[in-house]
Write a protein that binds this ligand. Sequence first.
Ligand SMILES: [Zn+2]
Length: 409
Amino acid sequence: MSGVIKKLANAPDIYFIPFPTKTDEVYIDVYFRGGMYDEPKKDAGLTHTLEHYLWTMFGEKVNYSIETNAQVSGEASRFYIETTQHKAIAHMQAFFNSLFTPDFTNQDVFNRERLTIINELNTAFNDTEDRLHYIFRRTLFGEESPVARSFEEEVRNIKKFSLQTCARKHEELLSSGNIVIFIGAYLPSQKFLNEIVNLVKRYHFSVSPETNHKKLAVPKRLVKHATLAGRRGTYVYLVYPGYTLDDVPEKRIAQSIFSQTFTHISNSEVFKKLRERGIYSISYRNNMCRRFGLTMFFTHLETGKETEFVSIVRKGLKKIQKDGLNPERLKERIKQARQDIERRWKDNDKRYGDIIDDILNGHSAFTLNDSKKCLEKIDNNHMKKIAKEFFNEKNMNTLTIGARKPKLK
Ligand SMILES: [Zn+2]
């Protein structure tokens, strides 16, 4: 059996994701919906603290003999183990006990992990890319936004949290609507999958619906500069409201094909003009979660070239709204996208990860066939529509970060 994705239980939801390649490995992922963006200001850093505590308590219990890790993102906390079919049930028992009925009395582990997180935050604070990412978010959404919490604020909070605060957060997350469990394996027996469902049924979960990811408005036509001392030149971002993870995968695939084609070397017009002015390239990035989506073009420039860069990219986008993209390059990009998707679908880890993303973001699993069908529908008319819908002057924000404010004309 079990060659297809299956929902094994409701509330908490349990899904089985089949591996395409033979292996004895079994992956178990437990997600708590609720991450850093769900925290009120005074709790900034609490979900992260809880994640460290739960994970360390589990690690110590099994003496770190199992491949395991945990992460907190904006909208969820993830815990996972990798085990084998033979040992899975015993390992899961220990894992689920640690996550669903934890012991909140180990002050030593708690104190130590608080120091660990503060060290982790300080490392991020001093890392250029993390620092830029934070300044960018703060400039776009404002300092008070939960998506732009400062490192310093979190450090201050984490010093104050107690084990009781952590236990309170845990109780809040331990609800049937907010827990999703995934199992990845190659052709397991139905009996094995039933055993897992029975294991989970032993725990008590409070009944509450899924966390509501309230949409966050992305600003439009903002022109802002943030100072970053000790940097040469200027980081320039042209930022547009993009798709969110709630949007269907078809839309996201089409938009990413557009952006990749636009920024590619063979989009000769924009590229040639940038090169003539000694600008190396234009990069593209998507920032997506369920609350908001951003899509942006960016580069780093010497002082004085900012206006030229912005004007070349804007003109290039305008032209594409009218004439579309280079058809050869578009064809090539679609072909590459198909190959990438096929490769991911054949890979145990990647297929498992991609399907988890689909399900957590409120979709059904997007299969290889779904992707192929979607790619077949993409043509240049589609691309023109995307250029008009997204990369419209009316939506564009211009953010610059650097030692000195550039004169944008
Ligand atoms: Zn951490």
